[in-house]
Write a protein that binds this ligand. Structure first.
Ligand code: MC0
Length: 150
């Protein structure tokens, strides 16, 4: 059902300063930047290594756009740090339905728009051992899914 760790989301106050930390200390570069108004974030993806299913595992830096967004609330409560873990899946809607049947609250029954054309849904941290969990169907995961169904 889960095919990779897609990314680890890290909440920060200053995207550029945090990206510079990852560049200076680990030599990681920003591969992709995006603003996601619906989620209330500016984000930067830093590729760390390849996964067995042919994707990149990334660190995702998240800076809030507004004071009432989920990442802003998280920063107010906890300060900077790991905000969520995201798993890749070939079919986000099917995986969300399965985990929902297993007693986990699915926060977005209808998948939303995520990084680089992906489709995403979040699972409630209180049902996932305190870890806000994201399911990600990348744009090319969907292509693989249509091939499979042909
Ligand atoms: C909140 N809680 C967390 C947490 N956020 N626990 C672990 N990790 C987190 N990130 C805990 C709080 O400490 C609190 O626990 C309880 O959950 C309720 O939190 P709240 O903030 O008072 O309540 P809500 O219900 O308003 O919000 C929590 C919820 C929300 C997780 C439902 O933040 C949400 O819907 N998040 C999903 C969307 C999101 O985070 N988007 C930003 C990333 P106590 O014990 O005090 O009750 S967007 C993204 O990442 C996109 C761009 C992408 O990857 O493509």
């Amino acid at each position: 059902m889960l095919t990779r760790i897609d990314h680890v989301g890290i909440a920060c106050h200053d995207l550029e300063a945090t990206a510079e930390f990852y560049r200076r200390v680990y030599g990681l570069e920003v591969a992709h930047e995006e603003v996601n108004e619906e989620q209330g974030v500016r984000e930067a993806m830093l590729r760390v290594g390849g996964t067995a299913d042919g994707h990149w595992a990334c660190v995702q830096l998240l800076q809030p756009l507004t004071d009432d967004s989920p990442v802003a609330k998280f920063l107010q409560r906890n300060g900077e740090g790991v905000h969520h873990v995201a798993f890749g899946t070939a079919d986000v809607a099917a995986t969300a339905e399965t985990v929902g049947q297993r007693g986990v609250r699915v926060l977005d029954p209808e998948p939303r728009h995520g990084t680089a054309g992906s489709r995403i849904t979040f699972l409630h941290p209180k049902d996932c051992g305190g870890v806000l969990t994201e399911l990600v169907e990348a744009a090319d995961d969907s292509a693989a899914k249509s091939e499979k169904t042909l």
